[in-house]
Design a binder for this molecule. Sequence first.
Ligand code: ADE
Length: 226
Amino acid sequence: MRIDILTVVPELLTSPLGESILKRAQEKGLVEIVIHNIRDYTFDRHRQVDDYPFGGEAGMVMKPEPIFRCVEDLQSQRHYDEIIYTSPDGITYDQHEANRLSTLENIIILCGHYKGIDHRVREHLITREISIGDYVLTGGELAAAIIADSVIRVIPGAIGDEASALTDSFQDNLLAPPVYTRPADFRGWKVPDVLLSGNPKEIARWQEEQALERTARLRPDLLADD
Ligand code: ADE
């Protein structure tokens, strides 16, 4: 899979996407992440990526030309399955969308900034708008990092334990059961006996019950979901 991210602040993305599991996934060849500075697609002396909005409201708007230039340059090299714009107006991001995106070959994520982008970009270039929640960020970079992270971690082989991406919270619309490590007794707080029993069937049943109980108590909306 290849993920191209378009931004005016590449520094916000290099570190979150260049460490740990995401770094290893790239080294293993499971994903290629390419970050593009939209400013590199300007032709004017000031490398201007934004301008005042028509209508005279406050704030700056991202100009269409450098964005179209960058996307069309990428599209001349390969087909893109989805061109995503990160915005609070978009569909609310969830695990189902992360799973779906992880099956695609090539995607572009355009990070919004300033007051927004010229609406013609949204009308004629963007195929999907995604919000990571009902709050407003200063820019779309952190949202893009979250999307890329959650997509990459469900690509088979990205995390060490093949089974674990499929058993996390939200896969199957269930929260994950509690986990414990050594010591078995910490300050008198004991690990549930069943986990020390060595009986895989009993352990699996306990984990399932816990997942259901925690979901019903903490996120009943997930059980109502399809
Ligand atoms: N940009 C600003 N706020 C955002 C949000 N909630 N989700 C995605 N992109 C955003």
